[in-house]
Design a protein around this ligand. Sequence first.
Ligand SMILES: C[S@@+](CC[C@H](N)C(=O)[O-])C[C@H]1O[C@@H](n2cnc3c(N)ncnc32)[C@H](O)[C@@H]1O
Length: 299
Amino acid sequence: MRLIEPNSIAVSIWSPPYHVGKKYESSQTYDEWIKMLQDVITLHYSALKPGGFLAINIGDILCFPDESMPRIQANNISMRKCSVSEDDVLNAQKEHPDYNRHQLAKLLGCSEQTIDRRLHGNNIRGGKYATQTRVKLVGGFIEDIAISAGLFPYDRRIWVKDAAWANSNWTSNSYRAVDEFEYVYIFWKPGITKIDRTRLPKEEWTEWGSRAVWNIRSVQRNDDHEAKFPLELPRRIIKLFSDEGDTILDCFMGSGTSAIAAIMENRHYIGIDKEEKYVQLAKRNIDLYSQQATQLRLF
Ligand SMILES: C[S@@+](CC[C@H](N)C(=O)[O-])C[C@H]1O[C@@H](n2cnc3c(N)ncnc32)[C@H](O)[C@@H]1O
């Protein structure tokens, strides 16, 4: 980021690691992750053109294991395999105040562990519910970091993906909703911003340019990279917030999606990724797209 010419980037569009245990982020602690976001957002102040934009795509609710959190006392009655209830155990205890756990289990036809669970509200041996899931809302702290860096909140779009039921760990064990949308937070660097309503045809303004909610199917085949965003997402940001010939930045480039969107819209691009294999992948994908585009132009 420090090598980028100051005041040169019209739009920076990226999606950082979400701190959810992907391979490329497995060695990073939560504090290191926050520090990385602070550093990268802060460095944008120099890189962006005055009046330019930083667009960050991120899920607003992040979930990760947090040892310091109180244990979740999930008394999940719908997942019980054994029909013995807390009342059954309490009644049996009342009738047989001298019975130990073993005798109560025999009387009710269940395991000693079930007696423990019903009496203490959870698995007292601690194994099953050991991992604490911390739910973190990120919009607030991203805004704080941006403001400290001299960038101001400008807008936000909501990207509605498809509900990933199969991947959801919420549906069976809590009242939480399936995570089916993400945000694109947009920050502005003070300076003159050209407002050009001819950047989009009228129907595109109506369909998405003026709309806060964007329905874009997520990438179904994450075969070469595990967390790609759909091409349409950076393409819309680029079309809306920059002109042909401008330079676009993605400092978490992954498979090269933003670069391809930039080429498609006749912009220059700068891409950064810390994994050499993704740098090579992005280069391959960009070359492939450029070759296909050239062939199409020839025909
Ligand atoms: C969510 S993925 C981005 C995927 C990309 N938008 C695409 O469509 O392919 C995040 C990327 O950031 C990269 N990354 C993680 N930490 C980084 C860092 N400190 N500097 C640069 N890249 C990093 C990862 O290797 C990963 O490719």
